[in-house]
Ligand binder design. Structure first.
Ligand code: NAP
Ligand code: MG
Length: 482
């Protein structure tokens, strides 16, 4: 193996002096910040140092009911009656305010969730603003999105989001719902509620009529109260397949609509004719980006046999240069794992991979003492039936296999309960067409990975979900077409 060159960088942490955080966050209901019915608060911590950042209100059934009442009232009296052009103006205002405060949002996202500042600054926050801009534009043009049909809003929608892209997922949910004339009760994840609460401040500043957006914090029970509320017309959920299945059962027969964006186990396929150095960067991006806390992460790698030694050797070298550490440092590639629970889950899969007979390689980086950390990890000598090949780990762990023919790799890629995303690296357009046509996945990137655009729908097949978000397909999940 060739020798790896390592660079040392001077620390370059992003400042935190410009951010405004309260010690305690209340629920955002009817345009105001209000204390929870139970008087209970939970802590949100910074997973890179385990320090508490703030206390956050825990919403119970009564609070959720209050939020739904407010959303219903706002829907009936204000939002559904407002000219679409006016609705659009509010959404544009939210987008602009978010852009103005991008730096503050990036820092808070990184503190609360553990992801590197480079990602929250360059991916999460700009994409969140882009989603509001994109959907603001649709608000008064729905007749062009659905020609010859009338797009009627649904009413109050309940939205539940995970911790891996907290602000971005809030934007994916709120923007299309508001553009189509619905009102909302949104629940962020327990470990990452802060940017949603900051967004509530922006929504207040944008003068959105009270009740159009309500944000209730809490854990799974709060989510259940939303799912089961009789006056909610649609549930939009992003999270694990297990909770997705629970939601499907809970809403069955209720007449509620639902869209579910669930887990994944994407195949990233490298053919012999690919540009290898680019592909290696693509592999790194696909699985180590955001600590592998990505539903569409390229967590299964398939390398064509003739180049496997070269690819794996280059991959190991590149892994050695990845910087794991302070998420607020601009040089950091891999930040903290979101929670202790998630770290334990990843560690148990790594143990399982070794037990199943896989050969493990981890970069020799040193990990900080405090906080939750995991070194970038790859497994070779694994087979299709291994649990680390079949199950979603949601961490920086890659399972590598080889293949000989196009048909073989398509069969292997499809041998998964999931069907969310995938990647293909090759010089030949014909192979790209063949693979993207025959692999059952919602999105397959060619010679790149993890690229998003608000105009492009995102969603999965099989256990990866129901429905799409983004683009016209995403809008259609929030309307009844007359
Ligand atoms: P999760 O445990 O399913 O939680 C998702 C959200 O649901 C959280 O807000 C959670 O609250 C809430 N929740 C938990 N139990 C609930 C219940 N019984 N009823 C209603 N809501 C409930 O998922 P996660 O661990 O946060 O997120 C990781 C998963 O999300 C992965 O599987 C990943 O693949 C998936 N994901 C998918 C996409 C996509 O677009 N397909 C995007 C991102 C992530 P608390 O967290 O407060 O308990
Ligand atoms: Mg946190």
């Amino acid at each position: 193996m060739s020798k790896t060159i390592k660079w040392e960088y001077s620390p370059a942490p992003e400042g935190t002096d410009h951010i405004k955080l309260k010690k305690q966050y209340e629920l955002f209901i009817d345009g105001k910040f209000v204390a929870p019915n139970s008087g209970n608060y939970f802590k949100t911590i910074n997973p890179s140092n385990e320090k508490m950042i703030a206390k956050v209100a825990e919403a119970d059934k009564t609070d959720v009911d209050k939020a739904v009442k407010s959303a219903k009232n706002a829907y009936e009296k204000v939002w559904s009656k407002m000219p679409a052009k006016e609705r659009g103006k509010y959404i544009f205002r939210i987008a602009r305010l978010l852009q103005e405060r991008a730096r503050e949002f990036s820092v808070i996202e990184t503190m609360d969730g553990g992801k590197p500042i480079r990602e929250s600054r360059d991916v999460d926050v700009p994409l969140a603003a882009a989603h509001f801009f994109y959907h603001a534009g649709w608000a008064d043009k729905l007749e062009y999105a659905f020609p010859g049909r009338k797009a009627n809003p649904l009413g109050v929608v309940g939205q539940i989001i995970p911790w891996n892209f907290p602000l971005l997922m809030a934007a994916w949910k709120l923007a299309p719902a508001l553009a189509t004339g619905n009102t909302v009760v949104l629940k962020p994840a327990e470990t990452t509620p802060l940017t949603a609460m900051k967004l509530a401040e922006i929504i207040q500043e944008a003068d959105l009529p009270p009740g159009v957006v309500n944000i209730v914090t809490g854990a799974g029970k709060t989510g259940q109260a939303i799912v089961n509320h009789a006056n909610i017309k649609k549930i939009a959920f992003t999270g694990s397949t297990d909770v997705g299945k629970y939601i499907m059962k809970a809403v069955a027969g209720s007449g509620k609509k639902y869209t579910l964006e669930l887990g994944g186990k994407a195949a990233n396929i490298i053919f012999e004719d690919a540009a290898i150095d680019q592909a290696v960067e693509g592999i790194i991006d696909a699985i180590f980006f955001n600590q592998g806390h990505v539903c569409c992460a390229g967590s299964r790698l398939y390398v064509q046999e003739g180049i496997s030694d070269e690819v794996i050797s280059k991959l190991r070298n590149r892994m050695e240069t990845l910087i794991v550490g302070d998420p607020l440092d601009k040089n950091t590639d891999i930040g903290a794992i979101n929670s202790k629970m998630q770290l334990k889950k990843i560690e148990s899969y790594v143990k399982m991979g070794t037990k199943e007979g896989g050969s493990i390689f981890q970069s020799s980086c040193s990990l900080p003492n405090k906080g939750f950390w995991h070194a970038p990890t790859i497994f070779t000598d694994v087979s299709q039936s291994n649990r680390i090949v079949q199950e979603e780990i949601f961490g920086p762990v890659l399972a590598i296999q080889t293949f000989r023919t196009v048909d073989e790799v398509i069969a292997k890629a499809n041998n998964s309960p999931y069907g969310l995303s995938g990647g293909v690296w090759t010089d030949k357009g014909s192979k790209i067409f063949k693979v993207t046509k025959d692999i059952r996945a919602g999105v397959i990137w060619a010679n790149t990975f993890n690229k998003f655009d608000p105009a492009s729908p995102f969603g999965g097949y099989k256990e990866s979900g129901v429905g799409s978000e983004g683009g016209i397909e995403g809008l259609s999940g929030y309307v009844d077409l007359g």
